[in-house]
Design a protein around this ligand. Structure first.
Ligand code: GTP
Ligand code: MG
Length: 383
């Protein structure tokens, strides 16, 4: 009897590697398997592709760098930036690259989709939360508009914007306006509403042009010879949306009004959000938590000690949605910890694309488990 051949396994899913059936588990292209000698760690093709997807930037119509390079050349005195944000998911968008892009320029912010918040919408809190998110990056918005395309707030904001920035006597007349925002933030919806109220009094046409040869912009001529530019979207690579398959995206993106999951949690309690994220209160007295998310997202309270097992079992039995087949082991997730004082202030922890959880500071420590690369932040509660 000779010695048995050692069967290689994928280091992520644990399946035995094979190069014969591309449809079966553990498949790896023969060239990769044959190429390896002295293999110590290797992935099957499916896991390799999933990991590349988790780590990859979502392909946008352009590279963010192109927008950043273009902005570097603009003069502050000649520029107004209209920064469009989705009110449900805006904490992660002002990363350092984006902050660099708008720092030192005059910025007005338009928050869209406010009707998602229904009765929870609180203009004062939302505005304070937006201001805090921008100010943390050294940016002070000149104005903040909060709108929804499904009510008259969008027309009111456009009128106010025109009066303030564009019309005769407007503060910033004589400047070019640039609209930027992430994918699906609502830019096109805003432009369409703007064009309904706008009569082109110049002798130039509205056009689509390439700026710097690599930025495709819609350009609207303004009456005083200046221009309004809609720039391509900034990528959403730190949102959960960029890391899951289309059907899971559809569960996560809120439609109608937001849903909430609420209840008391104390040290030792945890909540699993499908098998896509988790909240663990590691220490602290019992207090009330409210998680705001899409109606199709389900949450389940478990003890922190049982969290990992329950989360992993649900990856297979899929009883609590959503579950993404892009994440199959705990190695696909990372954990962030936040410590709060007993300040009685309402805080939130937001995970890009997943929603946010609101609670009072009672001296607790909270851990948030999310897929690798998803931006998690702690802010003043927006509702
Ligand atoms: N509920 C609600 N949905 C909105 C609102 N504004 C935009 N949407 C929806 O959000 C999605 C994206 O809107 P768009 O206007 O296409 O966003 P965009 O920024 O132009 O997106 P890209 O061009 O893909 O970067 C669409 O499904 C819109 O219907 C809003 O105020 N309320
Ligand atoms: Mg668009």
């Amino acid at each position: 009897m000779g010695q048995g051949r050692k069967v290689l396994r994928c280091i992520r899913c644990g399946e035995a590697l094979q190069s014969t059936n591309p449809k079966a588990k553990g498949y790896i292209s023969p060239e990769f398997l044959n190429e390896q000698n002295e293999i110590t760690a290797i992935y099957c093709d499916e896991c390799y592709n999933a990991i590349s997807l988790i780590n990859a930037r979502v392909q946008s119509s352009h590279d963010d760098q192109a927008v950043i390079n273009y902005f570097k050349k603009l003069k502050k005195e000649k520029t107004v930036i209209l920064f469009v944000i989705d009110l449900f998911s805006f904490s992660g968008l002002i990363d350092d690259d984006v902050a660099e892009l708008i720092k030192g320029k005059d910025v007005a912010v338009v928050g869209t989709k406010r009707k998602l918040f229904g009765n929870y919408f609180n203009a004062k809190k939302m505005e304070a939360s937006i201001n805090a998110a921008f100010e943390e990056k050294g940016i002070k918005p000149l104005k903040i508009y909060m709108v929804d395309r499904n009510d008259k707030s969008i027309d009111d904001a456009i009128d106010a914007f025109k009066r303030h920035f564009l019309d005769d006597g407007g503060d910033l007349k004589g400047r070019d306006a640039f609209m930027v925002g992430r994918k699906s933030s609502g830019k096109t919806t805003l432009i369409s509403s703007f064009l309904k109220k706008f009569s082109n009094q110049s002798n130039e046409n509205i056009s689509v042009e390439w700026l710097n040869k690599n930025l495709k912009a819609t350009i609207i001529p303004l009456p005083d010879g200046n221009k309004f530019y809609e720039l391509p979207d900034l990528s959403i690579n730190n949102s959960i949306i960029s890391k899951v398959e289309k059907p899971v995206q559809n569960l996560l993106i809120p439609k109608g009004t937001l849903d909430t999951h609420s209840g008391s949690l104390k040290g030792g309690d945890a909540v699993q959000i499908g098998s896509i994220a988790g909240i663990e209160v590691t220490s602290g007295e019992s207090t009330y938590y409210k998680y705001y998310c899409s109606r199709l997202v389900e949450a389940k309270k478990v003890s922190a000690a049982k969290f990992n097992d329950s989360f992993k079992n649900n990856m297979i039995n899929k009883l609590v949605r959503p579950v993404s087949s892009n994440f199959i082991t705990m190695l696909d997730f990372e954990v962030f910890e936040f410590v709060y004082k007993k300040d009685g202030i309402y805080h939130e922890i937001a995970a890009e694309g997943l929603g946010f959880i609101v609670f009072k500071g009672v001296g607790q420590t909270i851990r948030i488990c999310v897929p690798k690369g998803v931006y998690v932040s702690s802010n003043l509660a927006r509702v």
